[in-house]
Design a protein around this ligand. Sequence first.
Ligand code: COA
Ligand code: AMP
Length: 636
Amino acid sequence: MIMGYKEEFQESIEKPEYFWRKQAELIKWYEFPNNILSEDENGFYRWFKGGKLNTSYLLLDYHIECGRGDQTALIYDSPVTNSQSKFSFKELLEKVANFAGVLRDNGIEKGDRAIIYMPMIPEALVAMLACARLGAIHSVVFGGFAPKELAIRIDDAKPKILLTASCGIEFSNVIEYKPLVDEAIRISQHPPQTVILLQRLQSKASMKTGRDLDWNELSNRSSPASPVPVDATDPLYILYTSGTTGLPKGVVRDNGGHAVALKYSMKAIFNSEPGDVYWAGSDVGWVVGHSYIVYAPLIHGCTTVLYEGKPVKTPDAGSFWRIISEHQVNTFFTAPTAFRAVKKEDPTAKLKDKYDISCLRYLFLAGERLDPPTYEWLKEILEIPVIDHWWQTESGWPMCSNMMGLEPYPVKIGSPTFPVPGYNVKILDDEGESCQPGETGNIVVKLPLPPSCLPTLWNDDKRFRDSYLSKYPGYYLTGDGGLIDNDGYVYVMGRVDDVINVAGHRLSTGQMEELIASHPAVAECAVVGIDDELRGQIPVGFAVLKDGINISQDQLEQEMVTIIRKEIGAVAYFKQSVIVSRLPKTRSGKILRKTIRQLAKGEDVPAPPTIDDPAILKEICQVMESCGVGSFAPKS
Ligand code: COA
Ligand code: AMP
């Protein structure tokens, strides 16, 4: 029987084991799991315990066995190096099996960790799948992170090996990766024994004898490795994401639940068919890149596109349209910020007219709120469904979406539509009571979470419990605030914790505050995510100086910018910090960050009833005005 959205959702909530057993039957197992849903010794839910599979087999060998071997699996398109290449499933398997052989020859076995710090090149994907082939656990670190951040991840994951390349390319800037890797290893407590480095033509890295090995030399003398069966509950990867403190959270993804949920998503949400061309314009360093550049399209037998370029200036704001047309992309997925960048440079989308993009059936957007002006612009220039969908690193796949392969519903602007089957989304107030339709509260998901969602945090069951499960027993706390309207549409209004979203990148203001507070001149500080037309939000620091300190606004700002860039990385996009005499606080001492955010929008904000000293709001406004913060910035 073909079910509509509502029936399918109902079944997934009322009979989760029945529902997910059906979905599990759609992938190939070495041993089918008889135990669909269980609890582990910590009381955490686990999917498909006892099942045995291999994720790299599912993405590659399986399709070749089914006769898809000559179909293109991967298209690499790199305007920054002026190159393109294509790999069939057979060719990609050859590369992955061979590199898995390299890893095996270097002592990597099931359960070992490998850090991958690489730009958007095919070898990044090969490295991920080679780890998966051996049952080794990869942890990809986004190239925009500084050595300190890389070192934090190394120390938490304790990898045996680190895989990297000599450089990345940002627009026309060649970013040397090797000095960053060397520095990260120097400051880490648990350095990897081995580094395997791919020398790119744009830059040649110097190698450390005894530790660093050349990717191509090893590959030339390797032999292919076979897929190693792993348990469904064995980790496939760890992906670090920003929490509210300086320590990122190591989100664990297991093999079985991940494969089943991603396979389900490709048809039910994206309405993709095997053989389609699917392009996620993201980076393999983020969850969108993991799930929808690498794993999901290939599990489903689609062709995936790996784009080493930007929405604009590589070479122009027509890049998206060129790629869609040239590679006959059927489904495109990116972050709204990317289209805001395109719209800024090409407001009437005239560059689109140079290309035939009739192949494109859907545009999906996620990573941050799809703001109504961007949605409306896209609807004006495109004649296809434009779908907002909401999810997070922790889930690994969409939590709310309009389900294109199940039953499309009318769009309500500003809403990612309905909970995806498996996600029993609710809105609770701070006391844990259910909110009424239309009433804003904390977005939570009633347990059990569906397959692919994090079973725990790497080596930190306590933090997993404290961060996500303790506030509302029986529910998973998403960290987002929002509402459900009378028709059941979910609206996600933004984070309710110290996490911000800068150009689709998730960052911790708490972590930035810890760094700024370490400056000898600073008595206390707040970092607030201020609305930004292009990036959605940008972090701005508000610092109170220690008594008797004499430092200029410009000097302090410069030093703050340097600290954040050095310690977190350029990706934080921290460019502004202002000196204030006090921070607005409640009488109990809580900093009123939301009020600062509203003031920066230029809103006439009434002083909150709990504020200790309303006069400070005027001063904050004056400082923002004189320093050009938020809506006070000079118009470009
Ligand atoms: N390696 C090294 N540095 C990187 C990097 C990487 N992979 N990615 C970004 N950076 C650097 C940039 O070079 C820039 O440095 P700068 O301050 O020295 O110029 C800084 O980090 C900020 O980067 P970003 O905010 O991305 O700005 P941008 O001007 O390079 O690009 C956009 C702006 C909107 C085009 C870009 O952010 C974008 O495409 N965003 C989409 C994000 C996305 O796909 N998110 C995934 C979720 S779907
Ligand atoms: P990340 O873990 O980096 O993918 O970031 C997840 C966070 O991004 C979520 O918790 C939301 O705050 C935000 N987010 C992602 N997609 C959306 C969306 N469609 N609408 C609103 N917020 C979103």
